[in-house]
Design a protein around this ligand. Sequence first.
Ligand code: TRP
Length: 465
Amino acid sequence: MNNERNNFRTKIGIIFATAGSAVGLGNLWRFPIETGNNGGGAFLMIYLIAIIFIGLPLMIAEFAIGRSTHANIATAYKKLSNNRFWNKIGYIGVFSATIITSYYLVVAGWTVFYLIEALSNGFSIEVTGGLEDAYTDIFSNFIANPFLSVIYTLIFILMTHLIIVKGVQKGIEKSSKIMMPMLFIIIMILAVCSIFTPGAKEGLTFLFKPNFNKITTASLLSAIGQCFYSLSLAMGCLCTYASYFKKDVNLIKTAFNISLIDTLIAILAGVIIFPAVFSVGINPEAGPSLIFITLPHVFQSVFGFSPVLVYIVSILFYVLLILATLTSAISLYEVMTAFISETYNISRNKATIIISITMVLLGSFCALSMGELNWIKICDRNIFDIFDFVSSNILLPITGMLICLFVGWKMDKDLLYKQITNKSRNTKDRHLTFQAILYYCIVFLLRYIIPIAIAIIFIDGLGII
Ligand code: TRP
């Protein structure tokens, strides 16, 4: 019944939707934190190298799996391999997407709360103690309030639900075509504002001037982890989206464009945040609170001469966060929707309802784990932290490595060649085209370099060495 699969309608739609998946909290929230913690410019350089040699080939590999099978990720791996071990990669992907989505939606809920706070001018507060303390209070009172934190998570689930039920073309593609251009415009406006702040020179120097003294092996690993997270790798999002690509889409070019957009947005997020942070003399190593505690303070201090400007800049910033988060959340939702509706042969509508109910339960559980339920702890971490840790540090690297090994060693090479180059392989022809050379480079990276690099992150991430 549900077998007529829709494809994305246009190439620009593909770019907006897939870039929408990649651009999210990873760029605006995690990238500045990681850059701040790892010495600025030098981290940026290593990150760029990780994107080119690890992110791009893995993205192309996921695209090839999705586009060659035109199926959800669990079915995709079954179609490509009849081996019982490799069949399971798709299921790990669906499981990981469920875990990551449930805590991503909680942070997404925070962005809605911050927008509403900004709209009601809640950040222009009379403070008696230090400014930052007041903002810390807003944040910690909010996440500890069981009612509020759950309500905002539910609002976000509803927004995601409404887009996903509309389907691939009318939901995902259409909404991305509206949201992504808005996101680009807002980010440019904010970057220009930031360049005129007093700390611009210092902030930009921090971001762009490499200081290699600060680089340790841990920074290399953070750069690889950030590359996975930011490009939405290893969790089936790209594979599921590629299952809606038409046959003539050039996978290498698409992957290159998406990585370029994602990296530019991350850099622009750095351009917005570091000059602002340096302008008020806050340490750029402020950590996860950077956008939720530090930035309202920064907006207040930097643009304090004009309350209207503070108001507009704050609203624009949180709208930006919501747009970026929503386009990523829908890609995570789609992994589960395609899986459930195709595996159990039920309508998209019903599948989305099942997922939303699951998300309401898991998401509320995560949201409450920072307040009411913070007594539930495993290894000193609450549920939110466990979900984050298990998905980013365990499931992402394992699935990433399995995908590389599968595509590099197991997947039929003629099929892979056809997907990557859009041409059939002619083994008799000794003349190598540029695309064929790229194909061999990608296979080499997937077979050897990336699995070894991932093995190192994994072992180090878990503190085994
Ligand atoms: N890439 C998104 C971001 O930058 C988050 C995301 C979406 C993601 N899908 C993913 C992260 C899959 C890891 C795996 O915020």
